[in-house]
Design a protein around this ligand. Structure first.
Ligand SMILES: Cc1cc2nc3c(=O)[nH]c(=O)nc-3n(C[C@H](O)[C@H](O)[C@H](O)COP(=O)(O)OP(=O)(O)OC[C@H]3O[C@@H](n4cnc5c(N)ncnc54)[C@H](O)[C@@H]3O)c2cc1C
Length: 434
């Protein structure tokens, strides 16, 4: 049986597997020889760092930092718009909260009986559902509860499909890499990036920060905001019964204080979340098995940028139509606290919009953000942070960055009509033109 499965592979993949095996074997021999030599002549292996580091320089138009919910869409849009694009993602796969966090039920693409968000995010969601043999919600029907129209997707299908679309759009993906430091140049940025065994200098015209917590914006010293109290994170898992991937949501447990700010706080959240799952397993006394555990906890809230415009909860709940709106959003005000969550639905007919200026750090040049870190007060953010608007922001931010790179201007100076035109060309829905 095992043999048969293997013979399903075509010659190319068999050849590639052999190549990888031989490659690994010769690498193993080389490193053994290296260690043996090093020992014989008394040289300390670690004194030869040039054997470990790869130094390279990459010149691009746009760097997207963070290949999560917003960043994946951003990279595809930048690439498809003809910008030479590099995507830096510190983990090893695309999708962020949608896949690594296990929140694989993006919403909301519709409001009040019609689709209000489409474009590249929707293309990815729709295709991954179709490829997985799933069903899409009927947006013509107004659901009883908002979450009924969230789209349940297969996180594994989504992440590999996203990868394929990035590659097809000409995006260079750099997993396990992040920016160490950055400096402004006459026409953009010079970044020093690091991954294991990799030192990369990147020269780019525009940065799209999609790190969730606006990490690049923080690194560059632009203002960010966050309150002392933040919403709890959640760890996603499945205890008892197999998890039907792409058909049902996972179990969730709150991780209070979960903070995505840095590797130390993320480690703390991971340890705390996994410990809670272990406790649940112990409580089950062998009657339930742990069938699924995500690699990362889900983080709901950390830093938001202080942008050229700050979206207030009044703007959000009144469905303000901003002059520089670049996409729609739709979700209840949804603030999780120590005691849980009580979503406050928007009034019938209300569809909030997201202005371009809420994606631009105040006083900045050549940088734009997308995702949950957009400039908004805490309550507005509790609704704006969901995945469909994050994807729409990713597309809009990248379209703006690609145009800015081409025109050699900063994002704020790109004419709005040109951004709308490019977005419409790539199937996004422009507010007021649904
Ligand atoms: C438990 C939970 C339940 C939720 N429920 C829903 C729901 O029902 N429906 C819904 O639509 N939304 C839901 N959300 C909200 C939504 O999932 C997130 O707000 C959204 O996915 C955030 O997208 P993002 O692109 O801003 O960030 P992320 O998806 O987190 O992406 C950030 C990416 O940046 C990478 N990164 C971070 N720092 C760096 C760096 N320095 N260098 C390189 N890469 C970096 C990360 O690895 C990650 O891939 C939920 C969130 C949580 C936590």
């Amino acid at each position: 049986m095992e043999e048969n499965n293997h013979s399903d592979n075509n010659d190319l993949s068999t050849g590639r597997r052999r190549f990888i095996q031989y490659g690994i074997a010769s690498m193993a021999i080389a490193s053994t020889t290296h260690v043996a030599l090093a020992r014989r002549d008394g040289t300390n292996v670690s004194s030869e760092p040039e054997e470990l580091a790869t130094d390279l320089t990459t010149d691009v138009d746009v760097v997207v930092v963070g290949g999560g919910t917003a960043g994946t869409v951003a990279a595809i849009q930048a690439g498809r718009a003809g910008a030479k694009t590099l995507l830096l993602e510190r983990s090893g796969q695309l999708g962020g909260m949608t896949t690594v966090g296990g929140v694989c039920y993006p919403g909301l693409f519709d409001a009040w009986g019609k689709q209000i968000i489409a474009g590249i995010g929707w293309e990815l969601v729709k295709e991954s559902v179709e490829l997985d043999g799933g069903t899409l919600p009927n947006f013509a029907k107004v659901p009883k509860a908002h979450h009924h129209n969230q789209v349940i997707i297969n996180q594994f299908v989504y992440s590999i499909l996203a990868e394929e679309k990035c590659v097809d759009a000409g995006v260079e993906i750099a997993y396990h890499e992040f920016i160490q430091n950055a400096k402004a140049t006459a026409d953009g940025w010079e970044l020093n990036c690091a991954g294991f065994g990799t030192n990369r200098r990147v020269r780019c015209k525009q940065i799209v920060d999609c790190t969730g917590g606006a990490e690049v914006v923080g690194l560059l010293g632009y203002k960010r905001m966050r309150e002392d109290e933040t919403q709890p994170g959640s760890y996603l898992f499945q205890l008892g019964g197999e998890h039907p991937v792409g058909r049902k949501q996972l179990h969730q447990i709150y991780v209070h204080g979960a903070d995505s700010t840095n590797s130390r706080t993320v480690t703390e959240a991971k340890l705390a979340g996994r410990n809670l799952v272990l406790k649940k397993l112990r409580q089950a006394k062998g009657k339930k098995r742990l069938m699924h555990l995500q690699p990362e906890p889900g983080f709901r809230e950390s830093y938001r940028i202080v942008g050229e415009t700050v979206i207030t909860v009044n703007d959000y709940t009144s469905g303000r139509k901003f002059d520089d709106a670049i996409c729609n959003a739709f979700y209840p005000v949804d603030l999780h606290t120590k005691n849980g969550v009580r979503p406050k639905p928007l009034k019938p007919g209300t569809v909030p919009t997201i202005p371009l200026r809420s994606l631009i750090p105040k006083g900045s040049k050549n940088i734009i953000v997308a995702g949950r870190c957009l400039s908004s007060d805490r309550l507005a953010n509790s609704g704006l942070r969901v995945q469909a608007p994050c994807m729409a922001m990713g597309q809009a931010a990248a379209a703006t960055a690609a145009l800015a790179a081409k025109k050699k201007v900063t994002p704020l100076d790109v004419p709005l009509a040109e951004i709308h035109q490019l977005l419409a060309k790539h199937d996004a829905i422009i507010p007021g033109k649904e």
